[in-house]
Design a protein around this ligand. Structure first.
Ligand code: C2G
Length: 134
């Protein structure tokens, strides 16, 4: 029997929305097993200068509960992608196309696929909309 094909993807998945769901569903369709790295609170603080609305344990729990997701782990550093790909035996790395070209260096160890983002929805826009509502 052929080896199962493992897909890996990464994200913050804060204020989880349908754009997040769609990328996870489409990533899962590219293999047999989907592993998702959920970015740590400390990584967000370092890279984006703010804490996510939902904590890493809440975001991990939400992503882990999704039907297409087989395994989740905490992404501690953006610089550890190669190690995570090897550690989880990933055959395919999937990211939304806001990351287009950024992970091409991993083509030596896996396929790299950028999927089109779901239009007109983002965590930032949702936060702005909710904070503007009275
Ligand atoms: N996404 C999407 N459509 C949207 C919004 C997001 O397809 N409308 C995708 C993004 O392209 C990404 C995933 O959903 O592939 C998660 O998005 P974010 O939570 O914004 O993740 P980000 O902070 O970009 O990831 O190693 C990457 C880091 O974990 C950071």
């Amino acid at each position: 029997m052929a080896q199962p094909r493992t897909v890996i993807t990464f994200g913050t998945f804060d204020v989880f929305h349908v754009g997040h769901l769609r990328v996870i569903e489409r990533a899962a369709e590219l293999g047999d097993r989907l592993v998702v790295g959920v970015s740590a609170d400390a990584l967000n603080l370092r890279k984006k200068g703010r804490e996510p609305v939902f904590s890493e344990s809440e975001r991990l729990a939400i992503v882990a509960a999704l039907k297409p997701v087989h395994e989740v782990f905490l992404e501690e550093s953006l610089e550890l992608k190669r190690d995570y790909i090897v550690q989880f035996g990933a055959d395919v790395l999937v990211m939304g196309d806001d990351w287009e070209g950024r992970f091409d260096e991993f083509r030596d160890i896996c396929e790299v696929v950028y999927l089109p983002r779901t239009p007109a929805i983002s965590t930032t826009a949702l936060i702005e909309k909710i904070s503007g509502a009275s």
